[in-house]
Write a new protein. Structure first.
Length: 139
């Protein structure tokens, strides 16, 4: 048995999956623990001392530790939304092309159904992105 055949027959040919799972777990833990780490650095924010600090707009006040967690959550949420939409539309596209290749006589109906499904995914994606933007602006 050649070394190539032996390599292809072993389970060790997928070390990337293990690395991918480890990196995904590390990213989830980082996102989950980041607000706690930021708040642990300064548990009690200083009280405003001057009139200018008291009258500061909400966007300036959000730049502190609490604002960081809001921005991080909205950025993570936006990223997950975009990844989910891209994955969904990719799956729709691949399945529709495969079914059009299997049954060319119904390609028009499949194409219309694919466009409707992709439009629904895009609509939900835009709604979720607007929610993330509102979380940043009014959070």
């Amino acid at each position: 048995m050649s070394e190539v055949t032996r390599f292809l027959m072993t389970k060790e040919r997928y070390p990337v999956k293990k690395l991918r799972k480890t990196l995904a777990l590390a990213a989830v833990l980082l996102v989950a623990l980041a607000p706690a780490l930021v708040l642990a650095a300064d548990p009690t924010p200083a009280a405003p001392k001057t009139e200018a600090e008291k009258a500061a707009p909400a966007a300036v006040k959000a730049a502190g530790p609490e604002g960081f967690s809001i921005y991080l959550g909205a950025a993570f949420g936006s990223g997950m939304i975009i990844l989910g939409a891209a994955y969904g539309i990719g799956r729709i596209g691949s399945a529709s092309v495969e079914s059009m290749a299997r049954q060319p006589e119904v390609a028009d109906a499949i194409n219309k159904a694919m466009i409707v499904a992709a439009a629904l995914i895009e609509g939900v994606t835009f709604f979720a992105l607007i929610v993330c933007i509102l979380a940043i602006l009014f959070g």
